[in-house]
Design a binder for this molecule. Structure first.
Ligand code: MN
Length: 503
């Protein structure tokens, strides 16, 4: 396993290399706050806690996300684990960073594991809640990835659960977002814990193949570099890439363990400056080495559904070996590794709203794909775009998520939980503060309804601010026999009229 304990210096170096005019002062200030907040904490692996937020920030910087997201990565655990207040973050780092940290913290507080099905439900809703700011998803992935990388510190039963969640829920979603680098990492780390024997078997197959073919592949790489440079291709990078272990495992299963049918154990990746150069490179390779029939794939002209683009070909080299080539531009490469995250880097200047639109489209697509699957993920039945566009997601203190329309109040929330909770409700705590029952709720609020079992029924005045059809109906039903009942009756009549019209 690679060394994951990046120091802050390494993060700075990466950011300097990767970003134009990065705000290093911002990063240093974020680091100072995180370091102070976590100074007495140690992870189960024995490392100082600060190694975790640094690793998370490092991944976010590798993905090329905005520097605010990287800073938020450094700070992502300070509210949870220490006494740093949200207001302090706002003052020090501004609303954007504070809200990123806040969103990630809320997710942790509210998503709790209570059996697989409940978890799936929670997670489904968590992703919907995150639809308001997709950057939080990337932070969540980066956080999960480092927790997987350091999973050996956890007790065995926790290892198994975290690995399973990652493999069955996080990895497919990362894949769908085109983040194949993150997906591959999540899969391989999980694989090692879930099927240790198969993992070791795949690892030894790869080790043997790399040893067998290593020298030979380097010769092919050298020859390729030479030929393409001769053909006038500039900005050229050629390197070998080894197939990931979980991906090899799946392919082995598909081919019933026949290794000879797997041609891309080691592939050669060619990265060039332009689309034209991709096709030129393909021509050059085919002139030199005979392509295997049926293995030329033009994913540039016809991208994969997740947006993946490259030219693939498998050739017989002079030494009679079979080698797969993948040819792409730098932009295609970044997109293949980091998906939508990279997409936004290349579409700089596009607004947060545009980003979120894209995210909505992705979610809708995930929903369509999952609809066809006959496994555990089947239960992750994503809601339709237009349904959650105007929705907010409210958390119970137990970690359940209730979705409500925008503008909903605690009374709507109470009735969404249970009629009796609505009928007996007398007060509300929102994020631990007592508030009025007509307070408009915001996505991510943690809401606790205070009930009085002696209360007779709802207050007809609630109709002035109750928002959902369900709550309004229950309030009217509960007050039908009161003095104001006739008024509620008029309202109900009007509502029913509307209903028939829209049908
Ligand atoms: Mn964390």
């Amino acid at each position: 396993m690679p060394d994951v304990s990046h120091t802050f210096d390494q993060l700075e170096t990466l950011v300097q290399k990767h970003y134009t005019n990065p705000d290093l002062d911002l990063l240093r200030r974020a680091f100072a706050v995180a370091q102070e907040a976590h100074k007495d904490e140690v992870r189960l692996t024995g490392e100082p806690f600060i190694s975790h937020p640094i690793a998370v920030a490092y991944t976010l910087a590798e993905m090329g996300l905005h520097i605010n997201v990287v800073a938020a990565g450094l700070l992502h655990d300070v509210i949870e684990d220490s006494a740093v207040e949200l207001d302090v973050l706002k003052e020090e780092f501004g609303d954007d960073i504070a809200s990123l940290v806040d969103s990630v913290t809320k997710l942790k507080r509210t998503v709790k594991y209570r059996g697989t099905e409940r978890y799936a439900e929670n997670l489904r809703k968590m992703f919907l809640a995150m639809a308001s700011d997709v950057r939080v998803v990337f932070m969540k992935f980066a956080d999960r990835l480092h927790n997987l990388q350091t999973l050996y510190g956890q007790p065995k039963h926790k290892q198994e659960r975290i690995a399973r969640e990652s493999l069955e829920i996080y990895a497919p979603i990362a894949g769908r977002l085109g983040m194949s680098e993150i997906k591959g990492e999540l899969e391989d780390y999980s694989f090692a814990y879930l099927k240790p024997k198969d993992y070791e078997r795949m690892k030894s197959i790869m080790d043997i193949k790399v040893r067998e073919k290593g020298a030979y592949v380097s010769r092919v790489i050298g020859e390729t570099e030479h030929m393409l440079a001769e053909a006038g291709i500039k900005n050229l990078q050629v390197h070998g890439r080894v197939k990931r272990l979980f991906s090899l495992y799946k392919k082995m299963k598909k081919h019933e363990g026949d290794l000879s049918k797997i041609y891309d154990l080691i592939a050669v990746r060619v990265i060039v400056g332009s689309v034209e150069d991709c096709y030129t490179a393909l021509g050059v390779l085919h002139q030199k080495w005979r392509p295997a029939p049926g293995r030329i794939k033009d994913y540039i002209a016809q991208p994969k559904p997740n947006g993946y683009q490259s030219l693939h070909t498998t050739v017989f080299t002079s030494e009679g070996e079979i080698v797969e080539f993948q040819i792409r531009t730098q932009e295609m490469h970044d997109l293949a590794e980091y998906g939508v995250a990279a997409h936004w880097r290349y579409k700089e200047g596009s607004s947060q709203a545009a980003h979120n639109m894209r995210w909505m489209e992705e979610l809708a697509q995930i929903q369509r794909e999952l609809a066809g699957k006959k496994n555990f993920l089947e239960q992750l039945e994503f809601m339709k775009i237009d349904v959650f566009k105007d929705r907010i997601f409210i958390f119970t203190p137990q970690g359940d998520v209730i979705d409500l329309p925008e503008g909903a109040t605690p009374v709507d929330f109470a009735y969404a939980i249970h009629s009796e909770v609505g009928n007996k409700c007398i007060a509300v705590r929102i994020n631990d503060v007592m508030r009025n029952l007509d307070t408009v709720l915001a996505s991510g609020d943690i809401v606790e309804i205070v009930t009085d079992k002696n209360r007779k029924g709802p207050n007809p005045d609630w109709l002035k601010f109750a928002h959902t059809r369900h709550a309004r109906k229950k309030i009217r039903d509960g007050t039908r026999n009161t003095l104001k009942g006739w008024f509620a009756g008029v309202l109900r009549g009007r509502d029913q009229g509307k209903k028939t019209q829209t049908r």
